[in-house]
Design a protein around this ligand. Structure first.
Ligand SMILES: Cc1cc2nc3c(=O)[nH]c(=O)nc-3n(C[C@H](O)[C@H](O)[C@H](O)COP(=O)(O)O)c2cc1C
Length: 567
């Protein structure tokens, strides 16, 4: 029988309801010391309720010396057991299985978090990002310290097993400790942990053995970075051999990832943004799958439904992991299964950039991400006739959320949906990443389809006036912001001509001061507060840039806040 995205798979005595995995993604939603919070539980519950078969809780260090973030989930002390139990129960109640990624950050564990000098294989200086970027010179691990880390991993595995977790994952990718041992650049040891591939792989394989011995009944996922993309990192040919050892060492699943924090673009490739191709690591994962006889998880821009489907159907991987897509739309699995439009991830990496600088996770297109305890899924408005003026990112978000429970008509002065998003991909950058037009086009298309599915009607080429708005119970003004002196048209025209791709535009938009001027200072909101509702005599809400020009995330967040009830 050909496997499909939605066929169950049995692994090591567990049955995953489908082939969709939520990979480890740091959220900072735990308390600073790692104590469980309702926010964290609701964050994961939403993704389980959305249909992901296996939820992987974010990277959590069994040793205090390896903690890489304030707000990282605590597994370094038995006192975290009860919180982990609550989390596991919440996920099981939604029908998903749960795993947790155990990872020691090595040289990338900031002293500000651990209170100690970072540890790594050989004392190779490194940069850490925690509320700013700092250069650190770590201390090389002694054999005694290695033994302690092994014992810590065993203790943490016992605790998560006792908490009811179905799997445990070991983080052997992205330039954290296992991956630092694998990389010849970061591992210059002369002892049995350095030199040959066998020696460099020893640390990770010993952790695998330790956890397996401590918890023989707890299946292990090994996440391996199979291509570091920098000289001195590990490359696919060596990684294939390590994969074999990992499988022989008793891992039940190999999760294939790539990229490494040491340099650029290799660091960027860990979470490949919108200008990278879809399915970017699929060939690498398929090569690993051809080598080992345990199931393989592929990751990396697999949010395109057809790509995800064919990756499984063609047997290139056994499971797919969807990271940012499940931040943008936790319901992706259920909606794709049911043939419904989804809220596509833009690949703007705001989730990651914002989080490393110190904030909790959030998303440009999903204003509920990280705020699951504040905003319920239920719309604030029910059974009303609602006019939404403007089909840009805020208007579409609002209409998509309230469409099913109300009669919603969206008035748009241009001939299509998307507003500023139609041009955002033609600018040099979107936030911190190189912009990609296709990413916005496909996001807009799905958002429009999602609105239509919810029964929303669109009136295009309709520069609405107050007369058209009489008779509505609620008018939502989402008309965005514009540059003075009619410059908006000119800028859009120049972007259409490709000015965003020129070196000059890239140089200018690389400067924060230019971006701030363009997005915040120069643009003026278009809503003349109260104008429309005074004339239309209906309740009015102004959302998005129409209230205060800013970034897309703030605009969409305001649409979510206006559309959804508070918990
Ligand atoms: C906000 C954020 C946090 C992440 N944290 C982790 C982590 O803790 N451990 C890990 O192995 N990968 C982490 N990743 C990488 C993801 O697991 C995944 O490999 C990557 O996002 C590529 O998959 P995608 O294209 O489906 O997003 C993180 C990614 C994001 C966006």
């Amino acid at each position: 029988m050909i496997a499909s995205l939605f066929s169950p798979i049995g692994i090591a005595g567990r049955v995953l309801p489908n082939r969709i995995v939520m990979p480890a993604m740091t959220t900072r939603l735990a308390q600073n010391d790692g104590e469980m919070t309702d926010k964290l539980i609701e964050w994961y519950r939403a993704r389980a309720a959305g249909g992901a078969g296996l939820i992987t809780v974010e990277m959590s260090s069994p040793s205090i010396s390896g903690r890489h973030r304030l707000g990282e989930v605590g597994v370094y002390d038995r006192r975290f057991l009860l919180g982990l139990k609550r989390l596991a129960e919440a996920i099981h109640n939604e029908g998903s299985l749960i795993s947790i990624q155990l990872g020691h950050a090595g040289s990338r564990a900031p002293s500000a978090v651990t209170g100690m000098t970072p540890l790594d294989p050989s004392g190779i200086s490194s940069s850490v990002v925690e509320g700013g970027t700092h250069s650190v010179t770590p201390k090389a691990l002694t054999t005694t310290e290695i033994l302690q880390i092994r014992a810590d991993f065993a203790d943490a595995a016992r605790m998560v097993r006792d908490a009811g977790f179905d799997f445990v994952e070991l983080h052997g990718a992205h330039g954290y400790l296992i991956s630092q041992f694998l990389s010849p650049y970061e591992n210059r040891r002369q002892d049995e942990y350095g030199g040959s591939l066998e020696n460099r792989a020893r640390f990770g394989l010993e952790l695998l053995h330790e956890v397996k011995t401590a918890c023989p009944d707890l299946p292990i996922v090994f996440r391996l970075g199979v291509e570091d993309f920098f000289d001195g990192g590990i490359h696919i040919d060596e990684a294939i051999q390590v994969s074999r050892w990992v499988a022989e060492g008793g891992a039940s699943i190999l999760s294939v990832s790539a990229g490494h924090h040491r340099s650029l673009p290799s660091g960027e490739m860990i979470i490949p943004p919108m200008n990278y191709p879809d399915g970017i690591f699929l060939d690498l994962a398929a090569r690993v799958k051809a080598t080992v006889d345990i199931p393989v998880i592929g990751v990396g821009r697999l949010h395109n439904k057809e790509l995800a489907r064919t990756a499984i159907e063609q047997g290139r991987v056994d499971l797919i992991a969807l990271g940012r897509q499940l931040i943008a739309d936790p319901d992706w699995p259920n909606r794709v299964r049911d043939g419904l439009a989804v809220r596509r991830c833009l690949g703007c990496n705001y989730c990651a950039h914002n989080m490393v600088t110190g904030d909790t996770v959030s998303c440009v297109v999903n204003g509920r991400a990280g705020r699951e305890t504040q905003l319920s899924l239920a719309p604030k408005h029910k059974g009303r006739t609602i006019a939404v003026v403007g089909a840009g990112p805020a208007g579409l978000a609002f209409a998509s959320l309230v469409g099913a429970a109300n009669r919603v008509i969206v008035f748009e002065q241009s001939a299509s949906t998307g507003g500023s998003f139609r041009f955002a991909g033609k600018a040099p950058y979107f936030g911190e990443v190189t912009a990609n037009h296709e990413s916005f086009v496909s996001h807009i298309a799905e958002m429009e389809a999602r609105c239509r599915l919810a029964g929303v009607e669109f009136r295009f080429n309709n520069k609405v006036d107050a007369n058209a708005l009489t008779g509505f119970d609620l008018v939502v003004v989402a008309t965005g912001a514009r540059l003075p002196f009619g410059l908006t048209r000119l800028v859009f025209h120049l972007l259409d001509l490709g000015i965003g791709r020129t070196q000059l535009a890239k140089w200018a938009f690389n400067k924060k001061v230019v971006r701030d001027w363009f997005y915040y200072k120069a643009r003026k909101s278009t809503a003349r507060q109260g104008d429309l509702n005074r004339k239309a005599q209906s309740e009015t809400i102004v959302i998005g840039d129409a209230i205060r020009p800013g970034l897309a995330r703030e605009a969409v967040a305001s649409a979510f806040a206006a559309a959804l009830s508070r918990q």
